[in-house]
Ligand binder design. Structure first.
Ligand SMILES: C[S@@+](CC[C@H](N)C(=O)[O-])C[C@H]1O[C@@H](n2cnc3c(N)ncnc32)[C@H](O)[C@@H]1O
Length: 296
């Protein structure tokens, strides 16, 4: 019955009662479900999930983590315990107060900050890691803003995916103490914001094959590459774009000699800097590789 009265009635309850109410409401559901007004309720990510979220993001001390809808602050606080800095934003000021207390208690208040703010009015650009435990429609609404972030920014979502933007990695955990959901499983998805690799690229390698040409079509992080060396078409496989890191394997004849070519590089603007490893089954050698974008 309180569902009809929506979020305001539930948020007026004492925190523990409210949590219980949420748990009961969601017991039959797969995971977090929206309030009847479409907003996201407060449900915590269990500690084991928080640990895996930070591990899949490969969190480092130099990272700045942003938790959108930070609840009791546990993700930002755990990131700060691991040496990073972070900001949690939540629309519910009582949760922000609780998160600040938790950060002070954990001795990380200088690195774990919390603000009462709507996540849709939050500047995402300073973050190197963004964590979400929201709802599918909220993730989808955020998606264009996430894709516009600096290439290499890691986005980690507990349970919900991002529709057509398939995750770079997903892990599934059995969580005995999960507060919602009948199957007691959590899914953790990672996306790495892809660089823009589209266009025609050229590499001049006078010592090996001469002029190399690459045409790259791109949908999100998925590349479709065709390549020619000295006008001869190569077989392309094993392409991958992870943030700004690009790799591809080209097989075929170079100067009449069959070989596999593993290109690995980092894309910055209209340049790729990296290396090429050539192997013909007997020998293997590595040389530096640079490519320049000629048209987008
Ligand atoms: C499922 S809880 C996740 C809490 C925490 N991130 C975790 O994983 O334990 C979602 C949180 O998002 C907050 N929230 C919902 N809509 C929001 C909005 N528009 N802006 C900021 N926070 C919001 C809720 O108050 C709630 O604390």
């Amino acid at each position: 019955m309180f569902l009809d009265r929506g979020r305001s009635t539930v948020t007026n309850l004492l925190p523990d009662t409210r949590r219980l109410v949420v748990a009961l409401m969601l017991a039959q559901a797969g995971t977090v479900q929206a309030w009847d007004d479409g907003t996201v309720p407060f449900v915590v990510s269990p500690e084991e999930v928080v640990d895996r979220m930070l591990r899949i993001a490969e969190l480092r001390a130099e990272d700045y983590l942003l938790d959108l809808g930070s609840g009791d602050g546990r993700i930002v606080i755990e990131a700060a315990r691991r040496g990073a800095r972070g900001l949690g934003v939540d629309i519910d000021s009582s949760l922000v107060a609780r998160a600040r207390q938790n950060a002070a208690r954990a001795g990380v208040a200088d690195r774990a900050r919390f603000e009462t703010r709507d996540l849709f009015e939050t500047d995402l650009s300073p973050a190197s890691v963004i964590t979400l435990y929201l709802l599918p429609e909220v993730n989808l609404k955020l998606m264009p803003r996430l894709l516009a972030l600096k290439p290499g920014t890691r986005v980690v979502s507990h349970d919900w995916d991002m529709g057509s933007w398939l995750p770079d990695e997903t892990v599934e955990l059995r969580i005995a103490e999960k507060p919602v959901g009948a199957d007691l499983h959590s899914r953790i998805h990672l996306w790495v914001v892809p660089a823009d690799a589209r266009g025609s690229w050229t590499s001049e390698m006078p010592g090996y094959g001469g002029s190399w040409r690459f045409q790259i079509a791109q949908t999100l992080q998925v590349l479709d590459v065709s390549a020619q060396v000295a006008g001869i078409e190569m077989l392309v496989r094993g392409t991958r774009l992870r943030g700004s890191e690009i790799r591809m394997v080209l097989s075929g004849l170079v100067a009449g000699h069959a070989a596999h070519h593993l290109f690995r590089g980092v894309l910055r603007g209209d340049r790729i800097e990296g290396e090429l490893t050539i192997s013909d089954g007997e020998e293997r050698r590595t040389m530096s590789w640079q490519a320049t974008r000629t048209t987008k």
